[in-house]
Structure formats: C-alpha cells, structure tokens
Design a binder for this molecule. Sequence first.
Ligand code: F6P
Length: 361
Amino acid sequence: TKTIGILTSGGDCPGLNAAIRGVAKAALGQGTTVIGIQDGFRGLVENRVMMLDDKDVSGILTHGGTFLGSSRDKPHKMPMGDKVLDMTEVAVSNARKNHIDCLVCLGGNGTQKNAMRLHEAGLNVLTLPKTIDNDVAGTDITFGFDSSMAIATEAIDRLHTTASSHHRAIVCEIMGHKAGWLTLGAGIAGGADVILLPEIPYDLEHVVEHLMARRHHNKRFSIIAVAEGAISKTEASEGRKKKKIPRDGEVEGLIQEPVASRVAREIQQAAGIEVRYTSLGHVQRGGSPTATDRLLSTRLGTKAGELLHDGIYNVMVGLKGETCEAVPLNEVAGRTKVVPADHPWLKTAALVDTCLGDQLE
Ligand code: F6P
C-alpha cells in the first residue's frame, strides 16, 4: 500500500486542521497509510512522526491552528544547537525510512519553496496553499484568508464605534506580510476611510487631506487600515523597499515599532488631530475557520487525496474558478502574489471614497 506523510509549516491559520482532515480522510478511504509529522520540516528532520487513523482526524474540522504543530524551520538552513545546518539529506532519508511515497506539505510561500527543494533532493511532494496573507501564486485564494479577513473586519467594526464616540482617528494595523490582500479586503468590508497597502506607497499629505475633508463634512472620526508592510512614498524614495517583517527568532525584528504607531504619529503631527492605534497581530490567525474556509480546506484536501491516489505528485492543489486543480510546483515556488495595480477591489474602494494613500491612475 501507499504511504503519505503530512506536515504543516510556516505561520498557522484557521483551516489547517480541516485541510489535514480532508487529505487524511480521502487517503485513508483509499487504503493509503497516513503519517503525521510534527512541527513542520523540523519534525521530519528529527523523525517525530505518528501514524494517523480516522479517529485522529475526526472532530478537528472546526478547530483553529494545527494539531500537528508548525514551525518556520527550513530543511536546508535548520538551527541545530548553536549551529545552522543543511539537514536536507536527513529529511529525505527519514522520509524514506518511514516508506513515505509522497510528502504532503501544507503551507505558504516559504513552504512551497522548501517542498520544491525536497523534490529536487529526490522526494515526491504535494502541497496545499495555506496562509492568511493570500499571497501564494497558482491559486485564486488560499485557505485561512477568509477567516482572517472576517476577524480583521470585525475589529474594524468595533473600532468604528469607539472612534465615533470620541471623534478620533484610529489606525488599525493588519497582517499580510508583503501583500495587501487582507488589509484591502477587510478595509473595504469594514468601511475603512483610508487603506494603506504595501503595493501603493502612501503620500502622507494626501492621507491628511482626505481626513481633513471628512472633518469638513462633519464626519468627526476616521478609520485608517494599514497593512503591516505599508510604506510611505518618502521611505520608498529613500530606497526602503519593504518593512522588515519579524520572523521566528528575530529579536530585533520583534521590537520594531508597529507600522500603525508610526502612521498614527505621522497623522497626529501633520493633521493636529487626536489619533490612536491598534495592531491586530496574531489575533488574526487564531480561532475557528469560517464556513468558507472549512469548505475550501476540505475541497483542496480531498482533491489532494485523489491526486495522491492517482500518483500525481510535485504539484500544488490550487483553486481556479470553481475547480480544484493540480498546478506544477515549479510554477508556484519562489513567486509571491501581491495585489496588482489593476485589481478590481482597488477601484471598488475608490468608488466608495476610500483613500488609498495616493491618486489611482
Ligand atoms: O504569513 C502569515 C503571517 O501571519 C504574516 O501575515 C506575518 O507577517 C507573519 O506571518 C508573522 O509571523 P510570526 O507568526 O512568525 O510572527
């Protein structure tokens, strides 16, 4: 019989357990042996694996996070004691020891690249696109995005009532790494007055003008949704391409000032109005997946089960329109999908008088 290994790698998100369940149930149903690998690629290197049967994947559809655990460790650059080592060969040999015919990797952009490397080192792999950031190429949407957008939208709703009571401007920082999908989606859904994205460097003067115009029209509060990767035109012209976004173990990164704090200070100084800020942080990655994410995770996971059965490997399962499709992994790995300048959501935002930080063409 066939054996598959499943691991979850990178930042967690709602829908991971639903996807594991989808893959495992479909595979078990076809008589495939399913092995769960703990804590992403680290668990493979350390050979921390467990057999999964139907009981193990029952009752987890609605659970947030990943019961397998996750890590951001990469096989080719793995911290081992006080060294960082290339553990690719150990990962491959552990997969072979466990008779794994295909390694199923659930993850975002980093995971797609790491899976590709393991494929190049001789393993069969299959991946699923998981991330709240929605920035994986080869799929219309990633699972985790819808749940996170719902959380950020609810947060904006709540900020509205307090901002309105106190006649304040409130800046809300939303995750998304180097892409603006979450901020744009939640910003439109929550009715943010200003939306600042990594893809459109903002002009502070333009933002302040928009806030002042609102005041002029007796709208005495404003909500500014800012992506964690947003930068100003000034920073962009000074060559600071992207904010350095904290990753595991980067202490310096973790003590960086939140973008929302910087934007709040800039607005307060330039506009002379009272501003507060809040950074949603990991709240956006927690809790139960939405119905849309449960459905998507289950569809992608079970499609993966079918492909595994047919021996179709070295692909990512993506959603294209209404169907789940196998996309060659080499068309996905190493690419990041940001919001394109002509994306219809940008026009939608502009049509409801949302300031995007700069004039749209
Ligand atoms: O990729 C998901 C994500 O939540 C990004 O939006 C964010 O930049 C990053 O992970 C945060 O990473 P960590 O959980 O390692 O702090």
